[in-house]
Design a protein around this ligand. Structure first.
Ligand code: 5GP
Ligand code: MG
Ligand code: MG
Length: 183
């Protein structure tokens, strides 16, 4: 789905499909260099990070394993609850693995902070974070992502996996939702 297909529901397009692809290619080159000669397990948090995971994994010119986890966070609201619950756990053991958490967005950082601690307790060899988007509030919690695609303003965005009430995940760009949609 393209921005023009839901033009009246969007305030503005923040990042185009091309900008996202170029940034993921850049990040992929860094990951290839950083993990040279080591195994790599990509872990994405459903559902928002599915697009980032699919495109980043295919952009990598090396074998990786992938696994998915589902945790509860936002629901249909636009504010972080801070309450995290595992809805679907990993299938793969993390013992001795190099883990890279692939995230769509870090807002308050609460979800990721909790997730990093949870995964770290499973004895991986290393654990790092790659987030496509980061908002200013993320600075308040120590999640220290190794790879960040874009720092964006403190606005509610949708597209490229990110939803509002489960809509707009299939939008190819990342856009700011028009306030009339959720007010
Ligand atoms: P955090 O715990 O860092 O505040 O946010 C965790 C989750 O909230 C993200 O993974 C994402 O699902 C959701 N979220 C945060 N900011 C936004 C946003 O601007 N748009 C959408 N659609 N989801 C967001
Ligand atoms: Mg997420
Ligand atoms: Mg959501």
């Amino acid at each position: 789905m393209l921005p023009e297909d839901v033009a009246s529901e969007l305030e503005k397009v923040l990042l185009s499909e091309e900008e996202i692809a170029a940034k993921l290619a850049e990040i992929a080159r860094r990951i290839e260099a950083d993990y040279e000669g080591r195994d790599l397990l990509l872990i994405a948090v459903l559902k928002g990070a599915v697009m980032v995971m699919a495109d980043l994994a295919r952009e990598l010119k090396r074998p990786v394993e992938v696994d998915f986890m589902a945790v509860s966070s936002y629901g249909a609201s636009t504010h972080s609850s801070g309450v995290v619950r595992i809805v679907k756990d990993l299938d793969i053991s993390l013992e001795g693995r190099n883990v890279l958490i692939v995230e769509d967005i870090i807002d308050s950082g609460l979800t990721l902070h909790w997730l990093k601690q949870n995964l770290a307790s499973r004895n991986p060899a290393s654990i790092e974070v790659c987030a496509l988007l980061r908002k200013p509030d993320a600075m308040k919690v120590d999640v220290d992502p190794r790879y960040v695609g874009f720092d964006i303003p403190n606005e509610f965005v949708v597209g490229y996996g990110l939803d509002y009430a489960e809509r707009y995940r299939n939008l190819r760009s990342i856009a700011v939702l028009a306030p009339h949609v959720y007010s």
